[in-house]
Write a new protein. Structure first.
Length: 157
């Protein structure tokens, strides 16, 4: 299930160790993702030979490593409306009212589910399709690990 800040049973704010306990060890890869600004830790969840989900982690300077955002490449992850990787742009627009990111016409935000969808048209294809879903806990267009995530567990009554 895809939802705001969540892909399956992995959610923004979880610790790296919690994610590692949920994923079968032979499907988990330790990654380092580098940009022009920094190199930061991540986890890759692999199904077959392809990455299914890339779990981006907070900056190590924040203390305990936590999930900052998720990039979903596996078409098995779907929203309640059955939208995910492989969905056509037409189906995406039919399911949700989306907002186009100002700096990138290929990224669409669906406020109803709090997810970003990257669409593209494969060579020779007649329509655009979702190639990536970004799950965060906010509408921020630019995922960043510069901010530390403060996780407060729910209180029990």
């Amino acid at each position: 299930m895809l939802a705001r800040g969540r892909a399956g049973n992995i959610a923004v704010g979880m610790t790296r160790d919690s994610v590692r306990r949920l994923v079968v060890p032979d499907q988990l890869m330790e990654l380092t993702i580098c940009t022009e600004k920094a190199c930061l830790p991540a986890l890759g969840i692999v199904r077959g030979a392809e990455p299914a989900v890339v779990v981006h982690l907070t900056d190590p300077q924040c203390g305990t490593l936590r999930v900052a955002w998720l990039e979903v490449y596996d078409p098995a992850y779907r929203t309640r409306e059955d939208i995910g990787v492989g969905t056509s742009r037409v189906e995406l627009d039919r399911a949700y009212r989306t907002t186009v990111r100002a700096t990138d016409q290929n990224e669409l935000y669906a406020p109803a589910v709090g997810l970003w969808f990257r669409v593209s048209r494969a060579r020779g294809a007649s329509e655009e399709r979702v190639e990536l879903v970004i799950a965060r806990d906010s509408a921020s267009a630019q995922p960043t690990t510069a901010q530390c995530i403060v996780h407060t567990p729910p209180t029990r009554r």
